[in-house]
Write a protein that binds this ligand. Structure first.
Ligand code: NAD
Length: 267
């Protein structure tokens, strides 16, 4: 285990699977204490705690449906009782592929509530403490869909564009907190393209139906449409980027929306 983040506490929302678990693991490998969070089955909680435990880092699990602002407040308070939140990774998110005509109020409210409002509430609660301590890192997991649009994703695209905007405002408001030595307070977004996690399985399954049930052909087809590298990212690739943003050397990297998208948004 490295010690770059020794003594730091990181809250990673939605960290019992996919990108969140990979980020939590990367931070744990550098010594951070990890507040795992999600809404999974007990087996997944146990598996995530074991994965973080294997790094030698301390971890605890916290729950809460973050579509409810009261639950966001309760989560942040519970983690803060355990240790001051030095790193907040707003990662929990949901996707729903529907056209604007098909989308109803419930879909809109759920996607905006989780992917955008919950991030805002967590940030407003942790940023003042980060400023007081002179060090803090907020990493918002947005998406290529925070930079460009696709059809049938209006609530998701709106939530992720909102998250990129929120990231920039927070970066400006906290840019002068701390010092080069203390590491400062930075707020950034990571904007992944296709990453192999449970979140994209419904889209792969829908595309596979057009390819005689062939999952690999479905993934190739989705990549060919948007992602010029023709490679999906692994969750650990996103973890490595998050770790860099948490380093002291990244004290002047703030307000950035970092695409990890194989060229998708360069087109
Ligand atoms: P995932 O489904 O593996 O993880 C989602 C996490 O969010 C899980 O831990 C889940 O328990 C949690 N969650 C879901 N609903 C919740 C709720 N109502 N309240 C609290 N927690 C809830 O998916 P992932 O792909 O790892 O997604 C993580 C983030 O990455 C999301 O914000 C997603 O939009 C973003 N993203 C993913 C991709 C991709 O290709 N997988 C691409 C771009 C952005």
């Amino acid at each position: 285990m490295g010690d770059m983040l020794k003594g730091r506490t990181a809250l990673v929302t939605g960290s019992t699977s996919g990108i969140g678990l990979a980020i939590a693991t990367s931070l744990a490998e550098e010594g951070a204490r990890i507040a795992l969070h999600g809404l999974p089955k007990q087996e997944e909680i146990d598996a995530a705690l074991a994965q973080i435990g294997a790094t030698g880092a301390e971890a605890r699990f916290f729950d809460g449906d973050l579509r409810d602002p009261d639950k966001v407040e309760a989560l942040v308070a519970a983690v803060a009782d355990w240790g001051p939140v030095d790193i907040l990774v707003n990662n929990a998110g949901m996707q729903k592929t529907v056209t604007i005509a098909e989308a109803d109020r419930a879909v809109w409210d759920a996607v905006i509530g989780l992917n955008l409002s919950a991030c805002f509430h967590a940030m407003r609660l942790v940023l003042p403490g980060m400023k007081a301590r002179g060090f803090g890192r907020v990493i918002n997991i947005a998406s290529v869909h925070g930079i460009v649009a696709s059809q049938a994703k209006a609530p998701y695209v709106a939530s992720k564009f909102g998250l990129v905007g929120l990231t920039k405002v927070a970066a400006l408001e906290y840019a002068d907190a701390g010092t080069r030595e203390s590491g400062g307070v930075t707020v950034n977004a990571i904007c992944p393209g296709w990453v192999e996690t449970p979140l994209i399985e419904p889209q792969i399954a829908a595309r596979a139906e057009q390819h005689g049930g062939d999952r690999d052909a479905a993934v190739r087809s989705l990549l060919a449409e948007k992602q010029p590298s023709l490679r999906t990212a692994e969750p650990s690739d996103i973890g490595a980027a998050a770790l860099y943003l948490c380093s002291r050397a990244a004290h002047n990297v703030t307000g950035v929306s970092l695409p990890i998208d194989g060229g998708w948004t360069s087109q």
